[in-house]
Design a protein around this ligand. Structure first.
Ligand SMILES: [Zn+2]
Ligand SMILES: [Zn+2]
Length: 380
């Protein structure tokens, strides 16, 4: 096995770094290497390495032990599982949407231990990610939606025990309920103790003689959950709403996972969005642009009057203050930005042409002569 790298070096912090600096460094690296995000073949190894470093350096006792005795000090006193124990990875990783890992039943520990090596005791249920399409206007006003989500639920016949009603699971005699069996080996180098998952109960610590007929002993069934979810005003595509405890049921009495509702806002015919601002284009005639006018434009909440000042140019942008999206994080609203497109008429009758010629004359324009650019145009 390769030599283990220094924990401080792994996280890129110095030996006197305070805990919050270590946490920040870990978050940054975790975001980069989380196997749900990074598909490089060594990402999982790297993620485990930084997580182990964080597990040790974020704990005062373990860090002290490491500072004094190095890796040997840690290996001597702590198992791999001990290193990760008591570290709230879920809390750190939840912020960037990994939530400990979507689709990974056991959360982060499955990454570290492959799900096989540890005791299969209570397990937190998986998180569910639900993509919700909503209309552009609904994203601005918010909405209450009724969802029906297929998910794994606790069996209502055995209440999750897996045993037929009237019976109860028995403690596994092979491991006495611990889910693990230990073997001691004597070798010329000394006594070695190895621990592995109990084969009789497959780690659960319990044996079910009479399995529940509905769930066949698993304690969970496939079900559908109807629930009402309130979407706050101001959401955008990619906004995630966490509904705690509405994910899949936990196993063996473990807590349920969370439900994440991710918004997918449908595009709008007229409006588009930039942060909390609504953007649109309004076409006006060149007379309106020249003389000024008042026009009516659609907004997220009904029609609004907008003044076009005399001399408005093509491409000018006007702001309707407070007509944008409500901000999700702070109070206040964005604006509506209206970009002006001046329509140049293509079909003029004789009278219109005459008036425009008079207009040109009154403006002191010289009679039109065929310049070089018009020659070019004729050749197209
Ligand atoms: Zn059942
Ligand atoms: Zn057992």
């Amino acid at each position: 096995m390769a030599t283990k790298r220094d924990y401080y070096e792994i996280l890129g912090v110095n030996k006197t770094a305070p805990v919050d600096e270590i946490k920040t460094a870990y978050r940054k690296l975790a975001m980069q290497y989380h196997p749900d995000k990074n598909k490089a073949p060594d990402a999982e190894e790297r993620f485990k390495e930084i997580s182990e470093a964080y597990g040790v350096l974020s704990d005062q006792n373990k860090r002290q032990q490491y500072d004094q005795f190095g890796h040997a000090g840690i290996d001597m006193r702590y198992s791999q599982e001990d290193i990760f124990k008591g570290v709230d990875f879920e809390d750190i990783l939840r912020d960037f949407g990994a939530g400990g890992g979507f689709g990974r039943g056991g959360g982060i520990f499955d990454i570290f231990f492959g799900g096989g090596g540890r005791r299969e005791g209570p397990r937190r249920g998986s998180d569910i990610l639900y993509e919700l399409p909503i209309d552009f206007e609904e994203a601005a006003t918010g909405k209450t939606v009724d969802l029906e989500i297929p998910r794994i639920e606790t069996c209502n016949v055995c209440h999750g025990s897996g045993a037929r009603p009237g019976t109860s699971p028995k403690t596994c005699p092979a491991c006495r309920g611990t889910g693990q069996v230990s073997r001691t080996q004597n070798t010329p180098f000394g006594r070695f103790m190895t621990t592995s998952t109990c084969g009789t109960c497959r780690g659960s610590g319990q044996i079910i003689d009479a399995p529940c007929t509905k769930c066949h002993g698993s304690g969970t069934v496939q079900g559908r959950r109807k629930l009402e979810v309130k979407i706050p005003p101001g959401v955008d595509t990619g906004s995630r709403l966490r509904v705690p405890g509405e994910g899949e049921a936990g196993e063996k009495g473990g807590p349920p996972g969370d439900l994440y509702v991710e918004m997918n806002v449908r595009p709008h015919d007229i409006f588009s969005r930039h942060d909390d601002d609504v953007l649109m284009e309004a076409t006006i005639t060149f007379t309106q642009a020249t003389l000024g006018d008042e026009i009516i434009v659609p907004t997220l909440d009904g029609k609004a009057k907008m003044k076009i000042p005399a001399g408005t140019q093509n491409g000018n942008v006007f702001r309707l203050r407070g007509r944008g999206f409500p901000s999700l994080h702070v109070s206040g609203k964005g604006d509506q930005l209206v970009k002006i497109k001046v329509d140049v008429p293509t079909k003029l009758n004789d009278r219109q042409k005459q008036l425009l010629r008079e207009f040109a004359e009154a403006s002191g324009e010289k009679p039109r002569s065929k310049g070089i650019f018009e020659k070019v145009k004729e050749h197209i």
